[in-house]
Design a protein around this ligand. Structure first.
Ligand code: NCD
Length: 304
């Protein structure tokens, strides 16, 4: 693995290998304290982030790396008009790996093209968010047997602009799932991704409500309507409350169903649900540190 720009960079075997390493790290993180000491991670975040950037930084620090970067591109030379390619070429002289987030589709692939050091995609516009998908797959596998079960997974919310769904639906496709894509008609999953799922013979249905299928769902993957992708804010206002998971609606789902969300939530999950045993979204976010440690170890070619 030279760069990590898309979930499709991984074969099923490589996904398993990463899940296994993540489990080993989670069981004994201290063992990995100095595995990457002397190395520097640059975190270049051209778009807002809490979990992704800070869990990359936490992962790097736990591996003994040092971290530099920016969380607000308006303080960088991007503000003066520097191209992404030039910024990446410069950072190549300052760090040993890059974790980045950018507002443009395919920005990570563009960066990788001009970079000798590994580039990890922490979200590129509406395209992909592969490291979130990896930590989501790890989290599902902690609770269910991905290799042995045909899981029914419902993706709910903004499937058009939600990059986490774009990556996760493709990553989980290795495990023979059944999908329900539940969204308002204007926020449906892009055709290009549906085509890829069809090519892999993945069974899926598109719906506008979960009423008919709630009882059959093993994983309910909620998402936020991506306000920043709307040109017309009034359209966002109409769509933002399309789905609400609260103690009442949650009662439609079975006792084993996993409630997941990449976070941040902005109203789609009532905090009253946080103590429900099915609500695993905070554990999911915390797994981001262990998964990102595994990613950094692999991408820096460290044999452990
Ligand atoms: C997601 C993202 O940035 O795409 N956040 C995250 O990294 N956990 C989801 C979102 O912002 O809605």
């Amino acid at each position: 693995m030279q760069h990590l720009t898309s979930i499709n960079n991984f074969t099923k075997e490589q996904l398993w290998e990463l899940i296994k390493l993540t489990g080993e790290i989670k069981a004994d993180p201290a063992k990995y304290n100095n595995h990457l000491s002397g190395k520097i991670l640059a975190t270049l975040f051209f778009e807002p982030s809490t979990r992704t950037r800070l869990s990359f930084e936490s992962a790097a620090l736990r591996l003994g790396m040092k971290v530099l970067g920016f969380a607000d591109a308006s303080t960088s030379s991007t503000k003066k008009g520097e191209t992404l390619e030039d910024t990446i070429k410069i950072i190549n002289g300052f760090a040993d790996a890059i974790a980045m987030r950018h507002f443009e589709t395919n920005a990570a692939a563009r960066a990788a093209k001009v970079s000798r050091i590994p580039v990890i995609n922490g979200g590129d516009g509406i395209n992909e968010h592969p490291t979130q998908a990896l930590l989501d797959i790890f989290t599902i596998n902690e609770h269910r047997q991905l290799h042995a079960e045909k899981l029914t997974i419902a993706f709910v919310g903004d499937l058009k602009y939600g990059r986490t769904v774009h990556s996760l639906s493709q990553g989980l496709a290795h495990f023979d799932p059944k999908y329900y894509f539940i969204s308002p008609s204007v926020l449906k999953l892009p055709d290009e991704i549906k085509q890829k799922l069809n090519d892999k013979n993945i069974e899926f249905d598109e719906l506008e409500t979960w009423d008919e299928i709630a009882g059959q769902v093993d994983v309910l993957y909620m998402t936020r309507v991506q306000k920043e992708r709307f040109e017309d804010e009034s359209k966002y206002e109409l769509l933002k409350e399309s789905y609400l998971l609260n103690p009442d609606t949650a009662s439609k789902f079975n006792d084993q169903c996993l409630f997941m969300h990449p976070l941040p939530r902005v109203g789609e999950i009532d905090p009253a649900l946080d103590d429900d045993l099915r609500a695993i979204y905070f554990d999911e976010a915390h797994n981001g540190v262990w998964m990102r440690m595994a990613i950094l170890l692999r991408i820096m070619n460290h044999e452990s």
